[in-house]
Design a protein around this ligand. Structure first.
Ligand SMILES: NC(=O)c1ccc[n+]([C@@H]2O[C@H](COP(=O)([O-])OP(=O)(O)OC[C@H]3O[C@@H](n4cnc5c(N)ncnc54)[C@H](O)[C@@H]3O)[C@@H](O)[C@H]2O)c1
Length: 283
């Protein structure tokens, strides 16, 4: 199956990025969120990002205009009715995702594939909200979606081979490298392997062993990481990171994934990382 009309639900960090990626790769795409204000905010961010690329000579003004003309923004989920592939990128909450999938199931034609960008929730559970569990799949983009090469494709226990093949093809057409899990796996590969590292970095910070900057610099210079673990938590967003760790800990019942208290404390103080302008770092 060749995807012709993708649709994205959620215009946050990931949804806006996936929408921009689709438009850059030549697709006409619609991105929806729950309010005009959120949609305008996302549109403004994407436009500002593209403008910076024009200013630095990476793309031309005409290319920017063409991308923006293919990228439609709305608050109307019903517009998914003529799409053949939906990427859901709303908040990491199982009830919210199930509600959206139930609605998409009634809005979209039966052949439309419904993909979730969830970090750690169960694709199989989300699929149960629909009458088409064979066409529900995890399609996990990485942040920033426009740049990061990997897309993890996560099987639910009823996802068909045809759905996996179509999702892989779509990922490749978006210029990405897809890697598919052999079975349902909370948090896929990368987020699960990273989870222990990110937890430990937050704990080292909470224990007062070093400053955020020194922890990150040490991990870059000593472990060859391209970016520090605390800067990565800030980029992911502390709330999203916590939701992922809670899911992993709840499912795998392994202390390695227990979210450290410092993350909850920082969220309670409104420190959400780049989203709020403050996290382990100030922006
Ligand atoms: N942030 C990351 O680094 C990252 C990376 C990979 C995957 N993910 C996953 O992607 C998903 C989105 O994460 P994010 O960081 O973009 O979150 P975000 O908070 O930046 O954006 C979520 C958006 O979804 C919107 N939303 C909520 N309910 C909605 C609904 N019913 N219909 C339409 N829009 C709705 C919110 O208003 C918000 O704008 C999560 O499942 C997350 O786990 C995040």
């Amino acid at each position: 199956m060749e995807v012709k009309k993708p649709f994205v639900v959620g215009a946050g960090i990931m949804g806006a990025g996936v929408g921009q990626l689709c438009a850059q790769q030549g697709y006409d795409v619609t991105v929806v969120d729950i309010s005009d204000q959120l949609v305008e905010k996302a549109k403004g961010k994407v436009t500002a990002g593209l403008s910076r690329r024009v200013e630095s000579g990476k793309i031309t003004q005409d290319e920017m205009d063409a991308v923006l003309s293919r990228l439609n923004w709305s608050t109307d989920l019903e517009l998914a009715g003529d799409s053949d592939f939906v990427v859901e990128a709303i908040i990491e909450n199982i009830e919210s995702k199930k509600e959206v999938f139930q609605k998409l199931d009634s809005i979209c034609p039966p052949e439309t594939i419904l993909a979730t960008n969830t970090t750690a929730l169960s694709v199989s559970d989300i699929a149960l909200a629909t009458q088409r569990p064979d066409k529900v799949v995890g399609m996990h983009f990485f942040n920033p979606a426009v740049i990061m090469k990997l897309v993890e494709i996560i099987r639910g226990n009823q996802t068909s081979d045809e759905t996996i093949a179509a999702t892989k093809k779509f990922a490749e057409d978006l210029g990405k490298v897809p890697i598919t899990t052999a079975k349902e796996a909370p948090a896929g590969i990368v987020s699960r392997v990273l989870a222990g590292l990110l937890n430990e970095a937050a704990t080292v910070y909470a224990d007062g062993i070093a400053s955020a900057g020194d922890i990150d610099e040490a991990m870059k210079l000593g472990a060859g990481l391209p970016m520090g673990p605390l800067a990565l938590i800030d980029m992911i967003g502390l709330d999203i990171h916590l939701a992922k760790m809670e899911t992993l800990y709840g499912k795998l019942k392994d202390e390695r994934y227990k979210p450290p208290e410092i993350i909850r404390k920082m969220i309670a103080e409104g420190k959400l990382g780049k989203k709020s302008g403050e996290g382990f770092y100030k922006y």
